[in-house]
Design a protein around this ligand. Structure first.
Ligand code: FES
Length: 82
């Protein structure tokens, strides 16, 4: 099981963390990964200065931005699932 933690701390929240949550939920649905991927909310991960806070299986994903969700974040999740 892949665990994706998405920060909903105040800094990430005001920078659009809800969009990250929706993006991840949408790709899980599109790719039929419901049995493979779990999404959890989390508080500050200390990643505020390097992008939006996301961890995949406990590993920080550095540099997550709303502008590049479909590139970087999708790639990281696909790599973990396959
Ligand atoms: S508030 Fe999200 S990483 Fe700090």
């Amino acid at each position: 099981m892949i665990i994706i933690e998405i920060c909903i701390g105040s800094s990430c929240y005001v920078r659009g963390a809800q969009n990250v949550v929706e993006f991840v939920q949408n790709i899980i649905k599109e790719e039929h990964w419901e049995e493979k991927v779990t999404v959890k909310g989390a508080f500050c991960m200390g990643l505020c200065s390097s992008g939006l806070g996301v961890k995949v299986n406990g590993e920080p994903v550095i540099g997550v931005s709303l502008a590049d969700l479909d590139g970087k974040l999708r790639h990281v999740i696909q790599r973990e699932v396959s």
